[in-house]
Design a protein around this ligand. Structure first.
Ligand code: CAA
Length: 386
């Protein structure tokens, strides 16, 4: 029985910052961002978009009425949660009218969360093959104005419908994992912005990659010719590029050219959206599937998931028949092409705008055309609507 991603979509807010403008404002050579980090733009979330609305706006694009009735598991992975207790997934369930018989919860382990959710969905569908699972990764990456991490911010969500007989990619349940308690990136309860030990976090990402990549290749007696593409968690493209090059150093099969070409297709969307933490790896999957013209049914795609703190997992996706049809429905022109470019002053205002710290009643000015928006706060409750 094949199980995997049957439908996939992403959402990103309708505003962005050009990183050349950011470089000029911060007195940095633009090539540091464009070449040094390999990033171009980043999406900026207005106050009417949060983890819940971005998740709903992503999932809304793929779910039929039948899907909603058949969903037995809904997991939202995020590290920009809106509540310490209640799962953001419950608001999404209500907004999208998803079955009230579904098991609904939120999951957290930094950028690894969506991969953890995906493995839970695989187990769930194995035991309940007539059901579907909805996995959503939704995040706003915030490091703060004038910080080294500022250029690696972003906002967005990816929704994936998991089922038997998937039309996009299947998973085989085989993976290599490495987990270890380290302090490379974290956000304490009192902080609105992430704390990152930037260079240490880069080292750890690459160290974890080498551990799980080597273990996977040895265990399954593989060389790089097995893969048509390699996907990575993408805080920014250059770090993934470094990981790819570590893999290519082991290449004795002449696969480097193909894997490098595929990589350049897999980073398109991420270079414009920025880091979306839990959703970054899966946005890169969408990018690859949409832009790589050489992909065909049966191709094997390597995936490296990394969440600071830290957990890493390396696994394989197999391309299934029908993926082109599914991906052709994703409208990048609407999602990315039509975003409004912000000036530095507008970006800084948007960054500093916040809901009242004490949770007092507040009405949010609508800024997005997307279907789902945060309308305000009333009686310490977030009010969502269309
Ligand atoms: N032209 C071309 N390249 C230039 C340049 C120029 N004028 N100036 C600098 N560069 C290059 C540098 O050589 C460097 O490249 P290499 O790493 O290949 O040497 C690159 O630009 C970046 O320069 P710095 O290392 O000096 O940059 P920095 O210290 O200001 O910040 C950062 C970089 C550490 C990634 C910072 O943006 C940051 O802290 N980001 C947040 C943390 C993060 O994303 N960590 C990633 C791993 S953790 C993870 O993956 C989980 C997650 O999502 C957060």
């Amino acid at each position: 029985m094949k199980i995997g991603i049957d439908k996939i979509a992403y959402y990103t807010p309708e505003y962005y910052l050009d990183l050349v403008d950011l470089a000029h404002a911060r007195g940095v050579d633009p090539n540091k961002y464009l070449i040094g980090l390999m990033q171009k733009e980043m999406s900026v979330a207005p106050l009417d978009q949060d983890t819940v609305t971005m998740a709903a706006n992503a999932a809304d694009q793929i779910l039929s009425k039948t899907d909603k009735d058949e969903i037995g598991l809904l997991i939202l992975a995020t590290e920009s949660g809106i509540d310490q207790s209640k799962a953001a997934a419950l608001y999404v369930q209500e907004l999208l009218h998803i079955s009230s018989q579904a098991r609904v919860y939120e999951i957290k382990e930094a950028c690894y969360g969506a991969t953890a959710a995906l493995t839970s969905a695989l187990d769930y569908i194995t035991n309940h093959p007539s059901k579907k699972a909805l996995i959503i990764a939704s995040d706003i990456a915030r490091y703060g104005l004038n910080t080294p991490g500022e250029v690696t911010q972003g906002a967005g969500a990816v929704a994936m419908l998991i089922s038997t007989d998937p039309k996009i990619v299947s998973l085989d349940g085989q993976s290599e994992i490495h987990s270890e308690q380290i302090m490379d990136f974290w956000r304490p309860n009192y902080a609105k912005e992430a704390l990152a030990d930037g260079h240490y976090s880069q080292e750890q990402y690459l160290k974890f990659f080498q551990i799980v990549f080597k273990a996977y290749m040895q265990k399954h007696h593989l060389d790089l010719s097995y893969f048509s593409a390699m996907l990575f968690h993408l805080p920014y493209a250059k770090l993934a590029f470094k990981a790819l090059n570590l893999a290519l150093e082991t290449d004795k099969s002449g696969s480097s050219k193909r894997l490098s070409q595929a990589f350049s297709q897999a980073i398109h969307l991420n270079q414009k959206v920025g880091n979306i933490y839990t959703a970054s790896l899966y946005l890169s999957l969408i990018s690859l599937l949409q832009f790589d013209q050489q992909l065909k049914t049966g191709d094997k795609i390597a995936a490296f998931s990394y969440g600071s703190g830290a957990v890493a997992e390396f696994f394989t996706l197999t391309i299934e028949a029908g993926f082109e049809g599914r991906l052709s429905k994703i409208d990048n022109d609407r999602l990315i092409g039509n975003r409004k470019k912000l000036s530095i002053a507008e970006y800084e205002r948007a960054f500093q705008a916040s809901l009242p710290e004490d949770g007092s009643d507040f009405q949010v000015t609508a800024m997005s055309k997307a279907p789902f928006k945060l309308l305000g706060i009333h009686g310490h409750k977030r009010i969502y609507g269309q």
